[in-house]
Design a protein around this ligand. Sequence first.
Ligand SMILES: O=C(CO)[C@@H](O)[C@H](O)CF
Length: 551
Amino acid sequence: MADSSLPPDSLFLGFDSSTQSLKATVLDSNLNVVKSELVNFDSDLPHYKTKDGVYRDATDNGKIVSPTLMWIEALDLVLQRLSESELDFEKVAAVSGSGQQHGSVYWKKGSDAVLSSLDPTKRLVDQFGDAFSVKESPIWMDSSTTVQCREIEKAVGGALMLAQITGSRGYERFTGPQIRKLYQTQPHVYDNTERISLVSSFMASLFIGSYACIDHTDGAGMNLMDIKQKIWSKVALEATAPGLEEKLGKLAPAHAVAGQIAAYYADRYNFRKSCVVVQWSGDNPNSLAGLTLSIPGDLAISLGTSDTVFGIASEPQPRLEGHVFPNPVDTKGYMVMLCYKNGSLAREDVRNCHAEKSWDAFEKCLEQTSPLNGGKVGFYYKDHEILPPLPIGFHRYILQNFTEDSLEGLTEQEVEAFDTASEVRALVEGQFLSMRGHAERFGMPSPPKRIIATGGASANKSILKAIASIFGCDVYTVQRPDSASLGGALRAAHGWLCNKKGSFVPIACLYEGKSTALSSKLAVSAGDQELAHKYSLLMKKRMELENLLVQ
Ligand SMILES: O=C(CO)[C@@H](O)[C@H](O)CF
């Protein structure tokens, strides 16, 4: 394996600009976490008046956005907090990070001049007040572009064709449909936009003081990039909006250096001038890196604002469900993923409605109820769901003649509510039964060799037990639930090493054989296989009920 030595006294700084917060993680050259900071948008930046980091526009069906300047001010604040924690910025050799996928930032004409002349005596947020043609960025929770999805699909030859070209069929949250909606509804704003960034490349641009490229992995979350050739797809661009390629700029590999850190950071925070900024990428791709997911049979489940299931694949096999992205840390491989919108916010909603707003009470409800929930099956869509594409709504069924061992003669009765404890279990089992059902439909390993769980809810043992029972495999966790910012720091080190070697170096050479913050440990052993079989029957019934809801 190549020499993986990182300079002994160097640090690697990773960020995660997600839906609700901006996190920072600092790794030393042994890949141990030496510092971490977090800025929560709602509580630390209350003057933006977001809820869970977003604005839900009640009038425009499904429109969900976030104030672009809030993300910038969060960066000012997290750097200030790192400075107050006495981080020696001079030791930082490389910076990288992750951004929530699909979100888009619209730079007004002339803003490259602002980026390239930042005044170190001022905060960043005080210098970008007039830099954006769109002040509130559409983000991944938005579901207002169904029309644009169908138009783009039709123009390229259908949903499956778009998936085969770009890795996904048209999805409302994807950047291409969002751009098309802007072009159609605000053409003057579109014309006045000189660069369109993803959240990932937007944050990288702030660090290098010029427009950063979009990377091959996050670029696959746009319905615009050819995932095999890793170039912009001409047919997809033309189906979306005119003159788009010029506004997107060039693509680059996720491990490439986006640029040298801007003088602003050396002057204001004492970063070394030679500090490199490695391409940022999407949050889930960074989590894949942070979890060191490299075994084909493994699956990761990330329990954050969104819930995602992802793994690696050697060949892209896009379908009408799910997503395929180039692997951010393997130039030949791919990442496969499912995404759910009703993740942590749905769990919090059920906790608040049925478990006294307490995670302890939530956990007690799970412990007081039995696996399979006596045949009580629920669908909890507080927000418009992605998988399956269903509107806001709650659906509850009690399976009649439920024997756990057979679907024979099984009928279902729809009800308004379950008892409190069953509501909690129905939500949890419903989320993971759906994941298992759609993972199998997407061709993901079933059962997986093991599941590595990350994200806030991965600290909840009862939830991990449900995952182990439903998937019938061991469940591992990592030391830290913030795998995206950890992945950002690891990718900073990886990109630094590739840059030093002048060629791609397998990321495993950084951590193989070492015990680091990236190591995972067994949290819950696989449930008994008989129970997993019973869950497979319940899953089949649930998928039938879901199909009826979708029709
Ligand atoms: O839309 C998603 C992935 O496709 C979400 O997981 C966002 O990346 C969350 F920020």
